[in-house]
Design a protein around this ligand. Structure first.
Ligand SMILES: [Ca+2]
Ligand SMILES: [Ca+2]
Ligand SMILES: [Ca+2]
Length: 305
């Protein structure tokens, strides 16, 4: 990994090359920084941001815009912000309330043409070009949809319900959407939150302090790691993957942990105080200027390299 500043292909204006998981990069000082993030800047102006996703220089931030839970999530004031990299470096947000009339939008999934948003009891599909919405009402009994993992090739998405601890599957045909329960609660199962699709496996929490995967072909559940970063109560909010093949998981309470496929996990140092909600890994086009975007569930997206 080269540690050269490259202004020309910046994401969020400033980026140095950095492998989030370290993993013995080729630099001289690789050992010193393997498990440390470097804070770059915060982008503010949001209202309880829960997640961020993006591609090609355009990013979307879900704004819960309320901190109360239960029925208080239903307040019709949630919104999605649309941010471009040029403006975000100058601390300005292109379109703070790009999409309004949501409740408490949280996890999102992005395609070339659409943004899917988990919004309490619905999944909302937003057309990127005309901002039109298609709303998929979740089945009765759904409590608080939280995160989305998209299986676009099969027109399916998986969405966690923080309230019931289930993972639901939606075939998102607008004319005939089909919902089913894909994964039901385990013993001692905490509220399901973060979800990530990785080559035919759904990566999820399963039990507090653990990272598990479900094989989408046979539904077999495999334990990847336990006692995440030495914390049996690690409550996963966001799950992503570095370009070195390690999972990066956030605990909403304020911690980020790198999990190797072998199950070894290491806490990332250098995180700002506050919450760390649903994170997003930005791999540079050339693969060597990677960033981690961390919503603080207050007002900012914190950017690390
Ligand atoms: Ca709200
Ligand atoms: Ca997520
Ligand atoms: Ca979440």
């Amino acid at each position: 990994m080269n540690k050269n500043l490259k202004i020309s292909s910046l994401i969020f204006t400033v980026a140095l090359s950095f492998g989030i998981s370290g993993c013995g990069g080729s630099g001289d000082d690789d050992n010193a920084n393997d498990n440390k993030l470097t804070f770059i800047e915060s982008v503010g102006g949001f209202s309880v941001p829960e997640s961020v996703v993006g591609k090609d220089g355009t990013f979307y931030v879900s704004n819960v815009n309320s901190k109360a839970s239960g029925n208080h999530w239903i307040d019709n004031n949630g919104f999605i912000s649309k941010v471009t990299k040029e403006e975000i470096g100058g601390d300005s947000i292109v379109d703070l309330k790009w999409i309004e009339d949501l409740q408490a939008p949280k996890g999102m999934a992005l395609t070339d043409t659409a943004l899917f948003v988990a919004d309490v009891a619905t999944v909302v599909l937003i057309n990127l070009s005309n901002s039109e919405k298609i709303v998929f009402d979740a089945p009765n009994g759904t409590e608080q949809l939280n995160d989305i993992a998209l299986d676009k090739a099969n027109s399916k998405l998986y969405v966690t319900d923080y309230g019931t601890s289930q993972i639901l599957r939606l075939i998102y045909n607008p004319i005939n959407p089909i919902w089913e329960i894909f994964y039901d609660t385990e013993d001692n199962n905490p509220a399901q939150n973060g979800l990530y699709l990785d080559n035919g496996k759904l990566i999820m929490q399963g039990e507090k302090g653990k990272l598990k995967s479900i094989n989408l072909e046979d539904n077999a559940v495999t334990l990847i790691a336990e006692n995440l970063c030495g914390d049996n109560n690690f409550a996963i909010d966001g799950i992503t993957k570095s370009n070195e093949g390690d999972y990066i998981v956030s605990d909403w309470n304020g911690a980020i942990c790198v999990v190797k496929p072998t199950g070894e996990s290491t806490v990332l140092e250098g995180i700002q105080d506050g919450n760390t909600a649903d994170i997003f890994f930005v791999e540079d086009d050339e693969g060597d200027e990677d960033l981690l975007l961390v919503p603080d569930f207050d007002s900012q997206i914190d950017i690390y390299m």
